[in-house]
Design a protein around this ligand. Structure first.
Ligand code: ZN
Length: 302
């Protein structure tokens, strides 16, 4: 089989990977987004793909997968709404396809992460699981009978904006006390700003917590508590075989995961027969790996 390119468009950055047919990364690159208009993003994607695929024959490239947050219509390849880019109804798949003259596929970034786990990662072992990405924001994807559940309005699994603390901190969606406003990387950074009076990145918060700093341990513990609580609620509601965690915050690994697991078990109805809680295989790279998986899955007919 051939190769595939995956592109993850974030709020300020764009990441790309070139993978082989087994989703092994051969080359990767990250860049800052220089503009947010569809034209400038298409140009960024084009130059990233050209850089990544410079060493291979174009005929061996199965296509380019693109993922981004927001409301995505994967069937038509249209970004219906993306707050990070300020886009409404942008037919990004066709624009990229035209520019590169290659098959292009579009998916929601977290759904992409779920697909990567489902076909190439920790999700291979399960028919039904919930994939939850914890990064700057929080979002989830339900996989049932090995298929992604999209919902009636294409927004299934958007757990980040379920309220877990009425009257709590203001969320970027405008509501108060959303899970995202309490348990995401940006929520931890905001707490560090309030409590420590300094701007501290999420990875540094984890490092300081690991080294025993009580303030940062408390920040990590609080965020993990709300995530564990929300996951226990979902476990009871959906009863999947497993819940897989990914996203940038999951790069923190064990210290964070153990705290989430503790809170998860504390809130389960029946801990003896609960869904397994696991770290996914792709962690902070899940979305871009999911993007790269899209052309491979199409080629496999999945
Ligand atoms: Zn919210």
């Amino acid at each position: 089989m051939g190769y595939s390119c995956g592109i993850d468009i974030g709020g300020t950055k764009i990441a790309g990977v070139l993978v082989d047919a087994n989703l092994n990364v051969l080359l990767s690159r990250r860049a800052l987004l220089t503009g947010k208009t569809p034209d400038s993003v298409v140009q960024e994607i084009t130059s990233l793909v050209e850089y990544l695929t410079g060493g291979i024959e174009k005929s061996k490239l199965l296509g380019v997968g693109v993922v981004t947050p927001g409301i995505i219509d994967g069937d038509t390849g249209v970004v219906v709404y993306a707050a990070n880019l300020g886009w409404r109804n942008v037919p990004i798949r066709d624009l990229v396809q035209r520019e590169l003259d290659l098959p292009c596929f579009l998916e929601h970034d977290v759904r992409g992460g779920a697909l990567a786990e489902l076909f190439f990662g920790a999700g291979r072992a399960f028919a039904n699981f919930l994939y939850v990405s914890v990064g700057t924001g929080i979002a989830g994807t339900i996989v049932w009978d090995r298929k992604v559940v999209r919902g009636s309005h294409n927004t299934s699994g958007e757990i980040g904006h379920t309220v877990v603390m009425p009257g709590g901190p203001v969320c970027r969606c405008g509501k108060r006390g959303c899970l995202e406003a309490l348990a995401s990387g940006s929520a931890m950074e905001r707490e560090a700003w309030y409590l420590a009076g300094e701007k501290v990145e999420g990875s540094v918060i984890v490092e300081r917590a690991k080294s025993g700093d009580p303030l940062f341990r408390e920040i990590l513990r609080n965020a993990s508590f709300f995530l564990g609580l929300a996951l226990a609620n979902l476990a009871g509601t959906l009863d999947p075989e497993a819940i897989l965690l990914g996203g940038g915050v999951s790069e923190a690994g064990e210290p964070w995961f153990r705290l989430v697991e503790e809170a998860y078990r504390m809130h389960l109805l029946n801990p003896e027969s609960a869904p397994k809680l696991l770290l996914g295989a792709f962690r902070g790279r899940a979305s871009v790996m999911g993007a790269a998986a899209l052309p491979l899955l199409r080629a496999l007919g999945s």
